[in-house]
Write a protein that binds this ligand. Structure first.
Ligand code: IPM
Ligand code: MG
Length: 370
């Protein structure tokens, strides 16, 4: 078996290791039954790395991530590290990975599985058949802009500030990802900002409009204010195909989109860099959910978002569409069969633990593989 596919696994904190465990079993299964070999390395990130090394990401792990073909990431953070110095807080490790690997395009697909249309807090007719993609810019904007900090004015008043800033190329490259994805889907792109209030918003709109005219006139382009977008996502989400937006708005809107699918525990994501000369992109795959410290260690976490992130890795980093489809179909069937983790419980379904959900999905993969 050729093992030229190098994965770095960073399970992280809270439920991260539990949901990653289910993906490890999937990798073993694929080795045994599909002859798919990965070279898997495991590392620490977030609070787990802080406890072991006093930093949320060591230089060694950063180098391993740069050298890997793909990084599989769990989740980081938790109350245990609330008082850790800011530069070392668990989230800083994740932000550094995103920034130094230049993973500017964060793809967050919100699709509603038929079996889960009733699990959403919205009416089934609003979400049934929903399939939208949020493209969130991930390496610039207010998450990284300078100046940032707190200071004290001459009169003794304290203040805090961050800077939302994008260069023209930073807007263009993420907008291109949005336009390209739209072309492969339903050819519709919503570009989201606050041009009614922010200078950056006006500039963002101008750059996207110019790019549209120059390179993507065939794509249906809409501009939308971020607050309206939040409202439209819960009013009539099926109007959207692809949404492209900045780091902060994307963070907020993707949590909102996740709940349309029934639970934050269902939403995967892929963070991609630019292709190199061989067409290879740096990539990190992680569930949109966090470390959920309240349920960590209780075998209650939903492993599906992590598994779907793994499927995205198969598809985007390794061109393994058949294997990705197998994972996704198995998940669909198991949900259709009525098994649920606590977060997606509905009437007349059976509540199962993380590992029993994992067992069932593996068994279903076995059936589909015959
Ligand atoms: C996300 C998370 C992260 C973010 C946190 C954990 C730093 O909320 O990936 O959406 O804000 O980007
Ligand atoms: Mg978030």
């Amino acid at each position: 078996m050729a093992t030229n596919r190098k994965i770095l696994m960073l399970p992280g904190d809270g439920i991260g290791p539990e949901v990653m465990h289910e993906v490890k079993r999937m990798i073993d299964w694929m080795r045994d039954y599909r002859g798919t070999a990965f070279e898997v390395q495991e590392g620490l990130c977030g609070g787990a790395a802080y406890d072991a090394h006093g930093t949320s990401l060591t230089e060694e792990t950063m180098a391993d991530a740069q050298a890997a073909d793909a990084v599989l990431f769990g989740s980081v953070g938790g109350p245990k590290w609330d008082n850790v110095e800011r530069e070392q807080r668990p989230e800083a490790g994740l932000l550094r990975l995103r920034k130094e690997m230049d993973l500017f395009a964060n793809l967050r697909p919100a699709t509603v599985f038929d079996a889960l249309a009733d699990a959403s807090t919205l009416k089934p007719e609003v979400v049934t058949g929903l399939d939208l993609m949020i493209v969130r810019e991930l390496t610039a904007g207010i998450y990284f802009g300078e100046p940032r900090g707190t200071d004290t004015l001459p009169d003794g008043t304290r203040r805090g500030f961050d800077t939302d800033v994008y260069t023209e190329p930073e807007i263009q490259r993420v907008a291109r990802v949005g336009f390209e994805l739209a072309r492969k889907r339903n050819n519709k792109l919503h570009s989201v900002e606050k041009a009614n209030v922010m200078e950056l918003g006006v500039f963002w709109r101008e750059v996207v409009t110019e790019l549209h005219k120059a390179e993507y006139p065939d794509v249906e382009l809409h501009h939308m204010y971020a607050d309206n977008c939040a409202m439209q996502l819960v009013r009539y989400p099926k109007q959207f195909d692809v949404i492209v937006t900045s780091n902060l708005f994307g963070d907020i809107l993707s949590d909102c989109a996740a709940m349309l699918t029934g639970s934050l525990g269902m939403l995967p994501s892929a963070s991609l860099g630019l292709p190199d000369e061989n067409g290879q992109r740096k990539a990190l795959y992680e569930p949109v959910h966090g470390s959920a410290p309240d349920i960590a260690g209780k075998r209650q976490a939903n492993p599906v978002a992590m598994m779907l992130s793994y499927a995205m890795m198969l598809r985007y980093s390794f061109d393994m569409d058949d294997d990705a489809n197998l994972v996704e179909q198995a998940i669909k069937n198991v949900l259709g069969g009525g098994l649920r983790t606590a977060d997606i419980m509905q009437a007349k379904t059976a509540k199962v633990s993380t590992d029993v959900m994992g067992d069932a999905i593996l068994r279903e993969m076995g059936k589909l593989n015959r």
